[in-house]
Design a binder for this molecule. Structure first.
Ligand code: PEP
Ligand code: MG
Length: 594
């Protein structure tokens, strides 16, 4: 975890360095390609009268999201020097005022009702209408306000249009994307063979955007505040995802340093590749299973090449993003079939959609009011139970897919026994319905597991164990919910610490409950993919790891150097600690001795 302190030092030769949050160990030297919170083509269409309230709700929600963004940006101005901060605050105040101005807000709502047009078209029309009044004015102050109005319009449109980066495919090869923010859905659109890396001004170290960057092996630095004020498209840029550093206009000394680093990394990767077919086994012959977390079918090849023994976490929600409609049963079934067959008999743990929070599909976005705390809102299994028709379609597709290989069903964000019972009931109902629909179909209900990623779930792990066949510990959310730290917020990223004694205790409680109840348990949060944590997890008794496939060789290498006895003793010593810094020292010392 890296500190998110701001640091921009001008060197005489124009090289500029910025620090942010490094979210992948990769490094690249590329060319800046700025993505403005751009709009591309704004869709315009008429809507039937009964859909007018829905379009009006979409606008209100987009405005409230834009307001939240501005509030966050204002807080960040505190890290700047006084003059810049004052200037920026004035600007943001003006934007905030516009977002509450009657002319703007009521204007949009009225246009939707009167002209029966969609939300995006209404925003565009309102901005255009207000701008018309400015065009004759020569005053430079007022013309700057015109730009502000357009910017505010863009901000609202950006919130409305969930997939603004469709044009990724047109971006030149080797580009480093620099932008305000990339949603997990935007990130899923990136082709890692074309894009060299990305840098954003917003976003935390364990956000799903960060996880996507790691799973694509893309160099990425998030939370680099104020970069957009200094950068131009076409500039040379170094992205150091390991140190969390961005360097604009790198000089020759820097370029040499980075070409040495890149070469060293290539050598290391070649060495690690040799581990591919070797088992993850400790020095004293304890066998550990290494599975992969994947988001999309494109990850299968990488997972197999890295020696993954199965898919420990398939994040199915990515099937629902970057599209205006929801995938039907056939489409989901075919996607699952491709993945299951692709894994050639290895087990695939299919997590039911973890939508909501930072991942809400366009088709559902207008249905629900903006939540002040989306991560505490209608997310994951809660949304599944509420949107039961949608859930039934997914479960039916999963049940049909059981014909193609060994699978397990994993339920995200479980916090109560009732939720599991409800889901099991729906699964039974879907099985019966399927059998009736096609009596020849061979369906076996797969093992059903619960993600332990809410502190309450860890504390009742014994009761949950009676209801499920296995557990998967999601330390990303478990850390977030235990410490009340938004995993996607760069402002608190330095406080996000899975080594906090409270998090470790909850992991231990879960492992003990699993052991008592004879239920398998895996760890699939990001700590499973960080070799630093391997001795602790092995010492605590974890024997099933699931991680981004890129991390498998490095974690395997660490596990192969371990002996369980000393790791267990060190884990017990760590569990005795009340001070998180002491925990880190005890763990790092142990790693150094390996
Ligand atoms: C977790 O929360 O640790 C987890 C593995 O799930 P996700 O990162 O998809 O929320
Ligand atoms: Mg999670």
């Amino acid at each position: 975890m890296r500190n998110n302190h701001q640091n921009s030092v001008m060197e005489p030769d124009d090289e500029q360095r910025f620090d942010g949050i490094g979210v992948s160990g990769e490094i690249t030297v590329g060319t800046v390609h700025i993505i403005q919170s751009g709009l591309g083509q704004v869709p315009e269409y008429t809507v039937p009268s009964d859909e007018i309230p829905k379009e009006q709700r979409r606008v209100s929600k987009a405005i409230s999201k834009a307001q939240q963004q501005i509030t966050r940006l204002k807080v960040k101005t505190n890290t700047l020097n006084d003059t810049t901060a004052d200037e920026l605050r004035l600007l943001l105040d003006a934007h905030a005022a516009m977002l509450t101005s009657k002319r703007m807000v009521t204007g949009m709502q009225t246009i939707i009702a009167e002209q029966k047009i969609n939300a995006e078209a209404a925003v565009q029309a309102t901005v255009h209408e207000i701008a018309k009044g400015f065009t004759k004015v020569k005053d430079p102050y007022l013309s700057a306000r015109l730009q502000d109005i357009k910017d505010v319009g863009s901000r609202i449109l950006r919130q409305l249009m969930q997939t603004p980066y469709q044009a990724f495919s047109l971006i030149p090869q080797g580009s480093v994307l620099v932008t305000e923010e990339l949603s997990p859905a935007d990130t899923a659109l990136i082709d890692p063979r074309k894009i060299a890396g990305f840098v954003t001004q917003q976003g935390g170290s364990e956000s799903h955007t960060a996880i996507m960057a790691r799973s694509m092996n893309l160099p990425a630095v998030l939370g680099v505040y104020n970069l957009l004020n200094s950068v131009k498209s076409g500039q040379a840029i170094v992205v150091d995802g390991e140190l969390g550093r961005v360097i604009l206009n790198p000089n020759s000394v820097t370029l040499n340093e980075y070409s040495r680093k890149t070469e060293a990394r290539r050598r290391l990767n070649r060495q690690l590749a040799r581990l591919r077919s070797l088992p993850a086994v400790t020095q004293d012959k304890t066998r550990v299973s290494m599975q992969a977390n994947i988001e999309l079918a494109r990850d299968i090849e990488g997972a197999l090449n890295a020696g993954a023994e199965g898919i420990g976490l398939l994040r199915t929600e990515f099937m629902f993003l970057n599209r205006n409609t929801l995938p039907n049963e056939e489409e989901q079934y075919n996607l699952l079939k491709t993945i299951i067959k692709g894994m050639q008999g290895r087990p695939v743990t299919i997590r039911t959609f973890d939508l909501g929070g930072d991942k809400l599909p366009t088709a559902l976005d207008s249905k629900y009011a903006a939540s002040a705390n989306p991560m505490l809102g209608l997310r994951a299994v809660r949304l599944s139970i509420k949107e039961q028709k949608l859930f039934e379609v997914q479960l039916t597709a999963i049940l049909r897919a059981t014909a193609h290989g060994p699978i397990q069903i994993l339920l995200p964000m479980i916090s109560s026994v009732q939720q599991i019972r409800q889901v099991k009931h729906i699964i039974k109902r879907m099985t019966m319905r399927l059998k009736k629909r096609d009596p020849a179909l061979k369906i076996t209900i797969p093992p059903i597991g619960a993600m332990i990623e809410v502190p309450g779930a860890a504390l009742i792990a014994d009761s949950l164990a009676h209801e499920v066949d296995f557990f998967a510990i999601g330390t990303n959310d478990l850390t977030m919910y235990t410490l009340a730290i938004d995993r996607g917020d760069e402002q608190v990223a330095n406080l996000f610490n899975p080594l906090h004694p409270a998090v470790l205790r909850l992991i231990q409680i879960t492992l003990e409950a699993a052991r008592r109840n004879n239920k398998p348990v895996s760890v699939c949060g990001e700590i499973a993919g960080d070799p630093r944590f391997a001795p602790l997890l092995i010492g605590l008794g974890v024997r099933d790891f699931s991680m981004a496939w890129q991390s498998i060789p490095r974690v395997k290498q660490r596990i192969r150097a371990l002996t369980t006895g000393p790791a267990t003793r060190r884990a017990l010593a760590i569990l005795d600690q009340t001070d998180e810094d002491k925990v880190a020292v005890l763990l790092d010392d142990f790693n150094e001795d390996l």
